[in-house]
Design a protein around this ligand. Sequence first.
Ligand SMILES: [Zn+2]
Length: 390
Amino acid sequence: MARTPKIGTVVKWLGHTEARTRLASAAAAGRAAHAYLISGPEGIGKGAVAIEFARVLLCDIAKETPCGKCPQCLALRSLQHPDLHLIAPSGSPKDSDTPGSETYPAEMTRLKELLSADPYVEADLAELSASTGKSAKRKLSTGSKIRVADSRQLLYDAYRKPFQARQSVFVILNADQMLREAQNALLKLLEEPPVSATLLLTASNLQAILPTVRSRCQPVKLQGYTPVEIRRALSDAGIEARATELSAALSGGNVRRAIRFATMQAETLEQAAVEFLATSAVMAPEKVQEHVDGLLEDPDFVDDAFFELLMLFLSDAAHCAAQTKIEPHFPSQSARVSKLSAAYPRADFQQAIAAVDRAASQRAAGYTPTLVLTAMAIELHRALGPRARA
Ligand SMILES: [Zn+2]
């Protein structure tokens, strides 16, 4: 049964202490730059860092942390502050020359609500519109962009006096989705910075930002979260230990991905992976087929996570068989793993891992899941070798 991810699960978690301290002390010393480009891998809270910094900049009395009590801080609780401007991708490049905030006013309000509870949510207005069911076209957001109309609106607002705070802040979420013309339009602002506005851009793909824009922003490079940090984030969010362990291992350092696994019952997927391995090992063709069909019917089945899980599990088995002292990905499953390596004494786990890796690439290349999973089962069978006699 698919569970809907609970918004607000990872509310307070940020990490990136060094970068955040550097930003906050620049603000406290009144030396904040006019524009920052916050970059790093996906799902690590670039938007969270930007929004936190915006709170510091807008607070009436903040030194390094927002006071939480002034009128600005109060309005910022829900991010509905007239001097905080959010810009996010919103629909196809062909759309009109209306900025996203005007095309999707309700979604912008909703995005602010979501972000104020959980700054890790995906910021895409068209996607939000599709997911709230207002639009029949669920795939609407493919290729969502920030358009020149958004830049024009931004310029207009940035040269105006702030409404109630000392300054205004413009946060461009996913700035790597800005169309070229939109970025060019932004250049004027970067070359002649308004006196009382700060621009914060976030981007996973720096190559998508024009060099002329990049060179005029102060760079803030964030690193991906470590597995330990992800585990801490999930357990702080009240996710139980086993789901935390699994989701952290599958997350690839991406908090959003970790939350997705934590909320979609990673354990069900794990169970499926272990069973798949067992079925492949004994290799009764009709059983494999039945198992593959069963898997694909499960709404929680996510194939990239499934392959990843299998690989991690097999890599634990390889270390166990070789008796290395490397810490396993799934410490709580040590007994299960050692049972597997004892049952297949002639197993070539590296070959098994390579088989899963190959299957993952074939899947990514568009081969049908049935074909890929069946072929993988045969290869796993070969790699594991004969079962030890009891
Ligand atoms: Zn304040």
